[in-house]
Design a protein around this ligand. Structure first.
Ligand code: ATP
Length: 270
């Protein structure tokens, strides 16, 4: 059997209600959902549907989640691929993977193609003194550019890509007709954190002692992924203690544990 070349997910179950906060980003992608649902409404009037948008923001803020929610809301297939998969790839494989992905996407249009960590392939060409030339990465990037130019803007394929380093991307990617729209996905503020906690506590049995407002106040700087982690960790701590609901103290312990992890992360990067 042929190896799976990229993730092809069946019907996407994620919807906008799973994405807490990010109201501006959601508003911007709402338009993409409309394009996917009713392409004719736009093209009949001579409009050109954008080919892609770049989701820019720190790790764990919900870029992948938002891209999936676009597919879920529009009820279209979601194809995904991560730039980091191309880093150590045999010659020719990266480019052929990209070609394959787009061939399948065109067959299944309307659909979403999601490229996570696009900076791993999309770094500016010929500017990597550490690694000498990385021809395979460049081939992959060139193939991606070729594919983006090769399909008409009204083909029904919309490409969303995510990065936390838009500044290092090859300018060719950002040119008109490619990723000419950038959508910012920021770390959540106090209110957003409350909302994210609520989303992730939907299926957690919590005790009356748990105060979501307080949790949000105690987690400045946390991303959505960190908050999802806190909720899961708290449930595991409570279960380990044989409790039948998760209590305030379990959340405090979980927050401490995640803060510990975050501090380590900062030490490594600075
Ligand atoms: P990375 O840059 O590290 O790939 P990302 O921005 O793509 O991160 P996601 O993978 O979408 O982040 O987020 C990881 C998980 O964190 C999600 O599956 C979800 O459980 C949770 N999460 C992140 N942001 C949100 C949010 N705004 N609302 C609800 N859950 C969130």
């Amino acid at each position: 059997a042929k190896a799976q070349l990229f993730d092809k997910e069946g019907p996407v179950q994620v919807s906008f209600k799973d994405v807490a906060g990010l109201s501006e980003a959601k508003q911007e992608v709402e338009e993409i959902v409309e394009f996917l649902k009713n392409p004719g409404r736009y093209t009949d009037l001579g409009g050109k549907i954008p080919k892609g948008a770049l989701l820019v923001g720190p790790p764990g803020t919900g870029k992948t989640l938002l891209a999936k929610a676009v597919a879920g809301e529009a009820n279209v297939p979601f194809f995904s691929l991560s730039g980091s998969d191309f880093v150590e790839m045999f010659v020719g494989v990266g480019a052929s993977r990209v070609r394959d992905l787009f061939r399948q996407a065109k067959e299944k249009a309307p659909c979403i193609v999601f490229i996570d960590e696009i900076d791993a392939v999309g770094r500016a060409r010929g500017k990597n003194p550490n690694m000498g030339s990385n021809d395979e990465r460049e081939n992959t990037l060139n193939q991606l550019l070729t594919e983006m130019d090769g399909f008409g803007s009204n083909s029904g394929v919309i490409i969303l890509a995510a990065t936390n380093r838009a500044d290092i991307l090859d300018k060719a990617l950002l040119r008109a007709g490619r990723f000419d729209r950038q959508i910012y996905v920021e770390l959540p503020d106090l209110n957003d954190r409350k909302e994210i906690f609520r989303v992730h506590l939907r299926n957690v049995k919590i005790d009356d002692s748990v105060d979501v407002d307080l949790l949000a106040r105690q987690t400045p700087g946390f991303s959505g992924a960190d908050i999802a982690n806190v909720c899961n960790e708290a449930a595991l701590i409570a279960a380990r203690k044989g409790k039948n609901s998760v209590q305030k103290q379990d959340f405090m312990d979980a927050v401490d544990r995640i803060v510990g992890g975050l501090e380590k992360r900062t030490k490594i990067t600075t």
